[in-house]
Design a protein around this ligand. Structure first.
Ligand code: GLC
Length: 664
């Protein structure tokens, strides 16, 4: 059961699609105060587990830390961080009392989950203007499914988007792209997509192409597609301020950019230097900005990634002026000791400065709303702009779209990647733990930068991380310019990498089928063990293994130089280890604890008792994958219902999309 409560005058975020009456009175759980802003307080039981928050730091169980939904461009995802790029304000308390809470509030909101006081859950925000949804049900999993029903169906990408993709910030010319394609194809490592980072643009201007490097772009898109590879360009939130640039001129003329209080267009510096932000909260401006994607779609492009849409601000003119004034004071004061850390903080503080988010406004139905009050909705609505335009431009076709920043509601319009991680082992584990939490909040098409975005990757780290990536719907290796190259062919002995990526393609019929079932039934693709084995008290504490679809469990290796790992099986399972050259081993393991050996070039998978999964022959790209001839692995006489469609259209409800396969 779901109850909706209203406090003050909430902003209509459109996160929830189901129309619901608001309740009178207050929720049956916890206490609410609206005296100074808004605060919800609940006394947790010692054994209570708190799930949710989607893209957030730390564990699957969110207890004993504090998380702040305040979409932030911060590439240092250390354990200390409380805010990442997204705002997913849904939690489930599971234990003595089990209930879910969704705080539909578009500005900064704090989830103190036993951080200040171990037993207290405190959710607080500055303004008491929000909707609160309180969900009760049989179990945490049941509550998640109810929540998913009211927020609408998750985004479904085209099938090619389940192939492997290579990305790197720094590819500039057609030759750079060709050499990546060669690197993969000469080594027979499957690949479906190469991502185009900001250098494909002319001077980082959205919806332009570098004039020198990308003449005859449609021809180049075709050349790559003939090789089975789609090019996926990035689009950034800020539109460069430059006379003569049509997107800029049109936006200014029509008043479609975010404005300062005095009505002038707000200027924020990002990659192109000075930019204006399209006012994606204004439906007219959103329609206009979304329409711009046509420029690339008309040239054969079938997918995009939306970036810098927290929106990230390197600095504003106002911020620089304030900084100059402050530094001048320091210089003039002639201090005995220089407060060096204070100075450092002042300088780094000009980026993503909270003050800047109070300097501009959105036009919402004629009302000017200060940005900070709706801050967490920008990435959502930028992505919505694109998705709504795709529906007009190519209504019968699925296009690939994923974003960096997001809010619940955006899950209907696109996927997300989890931003600028690092080539750290701890980030493999963070990647794993985040996946089910994201699914709880509706985000199914997700993945992390495999191999790590920043810092130098090592061969073993890339292999281990890609072995996890085999199972994430978005499987993309991406890295920052200036770091060590980490494409799968950069480390010698490419057979090991080939084996891992081939395993992805072999498992694709199952992975795609499970993704589609999750999307079509408002269900999860990755589930915590506790959701599947609620009676198993040990399973409840396992955070480094996840259930994958209805029949399998994953347990990746995420520590350096490990020869394998410990794994807990809540029931008997078939342990399958995929090795290179299409080989694999099977071993029946009984319920309980095991140490399993997993070499750096192997991919482990566990099949649940009495279940089976289909396996295809590896292929060099999705279009070459033969799904007519599948081999079944798993338990004898088990059956599996495979979902398959044409991968590009939207005929999801067709019963012919399902077929039953048997394991003999
Ligand atoms: C941001 C993105 C990253 C991208 C870079 C350059 O840091 O998160 O993925 O490579 O910008 O566009």
């Amino acid at each position: 059961m779901i109850k909706k409560y209203r406090f003050g005058t909430p902003f209509e975020t459109e996160a929830v699609v189901k129309t619901m009456e608001t309740e009178q009175g207050t929720p049956e759980f916890g206490e609410i105060s609206t005296e100074e802003g808004f605060a919800f307080t609940y006394r947790m039981d010692g054994e209570d587990v708190v799930y949710g928050l989607g893209e957030a730091n730390r564990g699957l169980n969110k207890r004993n830390y504090c998380y702040i939904s305040n979409c932030t461009d911060d590439p240092n995802h250390t354990e200390a961080k409380m805010s990442l790029y997204a705002a997913h304000n849904f939690i489930v308390i599971s234990g003595k009392e089990t209930f879910g809470l969704f705080f539909d509030y578009p500005s900064k909101i704090t989830f103190d989950i036993g951080y200040t006081k171990e037993e207290l859950l405190q959710v607080s925000c500055e303004y008491a203007d929000l909707y609160l949804y309180v969900i009760t049900g049989e179990s945490a999993y049941d509550i998640v499914k109810q929540f998913r029903k009211i927020i609408g169906r998750s985004y479904i990408p085209p099938r090619f988007a389940f192939g492997f993709g290579q990305s790197r910030w720094g590819y500039k010319t057609k030759e750079d792209y060709r050499s990546v394609a060669d690197g993969y194809q000469d080594n027979h490592i499957p690949i479906d997509m190469i991502y185009m980072d900001i250098d494909y643009m002319q001077d980082f201007k959205d919806f332009t192409l570098n004039e020198e490097n990308f003449r005859d772009f449609p021809e180049f898109v075709r050349e790559m597609k003939e090789r089975g590879i789609r090019l996926i360009p990035i689009i950034d939130a800020g539109v460069k301020v430059e006379e003569g640039y049509p997107v800029y001129e049109e936006g200014v003329e029509k008043g479609y950019f975010c404005k300062r209080e005095d009505g002038s267009d707000f200027v924020a510096a990002v990659w192109p230097g000075d930019t204006h932000f399209p006012d994606v909260l204004n439906p007219e401006a959103r329609r206009w900005f979304g329409g711009k994607y046509r420029f690339l779609i008309d040239q054969g492009i079938e997918g995009f990634w939306n970036d810098m849409n927290e929106p990230a601000i390197f600095y504003s003119r106002e911020g620089i002026e304030e900084l100059k004034e402050t530094i001048k004071r320091y210089v003039q004061e002639d201090m005995e000791t220089i407060p060096v850390w204070e100075l450092e903080g002042l300088v780094t503080g000009i980026a993503n400065n909270p003050e800047d988010y109070r300097r501009f406004y959105h036009n919402v139905g004629g009302r000017m709303i200060r940005h900070d009050k709706v801050h967490n909705l920008f990435g959502y609505n930028m992505t919505r702009a694109a998705a709504e335009a795709f529906d007009r431009i190519a209504p019968d076709k699925r296009l690939l779209m994923f974003s960096r920043s997001s809010y619940i509601g955006m899950h209907r319009y696109g996927g997300i990647w989890t931003g600028d991680n690092r080539s750290w082992w701890s980030h493999i584990l963070l990647n794993l733990k985040m996946m089910p939490s994201l699914n709880m909040c509706g985000f199914l098409y997700t993945g992390a930068d495999l191999g790590g975005f920043d810092n130098d990757a090592t061969r073993d780290l890339v292999l281990r991380w890609m072995a996890l990536g085999v199972f994430t719907p978005l499987m993309r290796n991406h890295s920052a310019q200036g770091t060590r190259r980490q494409e799968a062919y950069q480390f010698g002995d490419t057979e090991d990498f080939r084996g891992i990526v081939e395993t992805r393609y072999r498992l694709l019929p199952y992975l795609y089928s499970e993704y589609m079932k999750a999307a079509l039934n408002d269900d999860m693709y990755f589930r915590p063990l506790a959701f599947v084995y609620p009676e198993d008290s040990f399973a409840a504490g396992v955070e480094d293994q996840m259930m994958l679809g209805g029949e399998a469990m994953i347990a990746p290796v995420y520590t350096q130089n490990a020869k394998g790992r410990y794994v807990y099986l809540p029931e008997d399972m078939l342990f399958v280890k995929f090795a290179k050259d299409g080989a694999y081993t099977e071993e029946l393991l009984t319920q309980g604890h095991h140490y399993v050996e997993i070499a750096v070039n192997e991919v482990p998978l566990f099949i649940r008792k009495g279940r089976c999964i289909p396996l295809a022959e590896a292929a060099e790209c999705m279009e070459k994958l033969d799904t007519a001839n599948l081999k079944m692995i798993g338990f004898e006489h088990a059956e599996y219902t495979l979902y398959e469609d044409d991968g590009i259209g939207k005929d999801y409800e067709n019963p012919a999309n399902y077929r039953v396969l048997r394991c003999d």
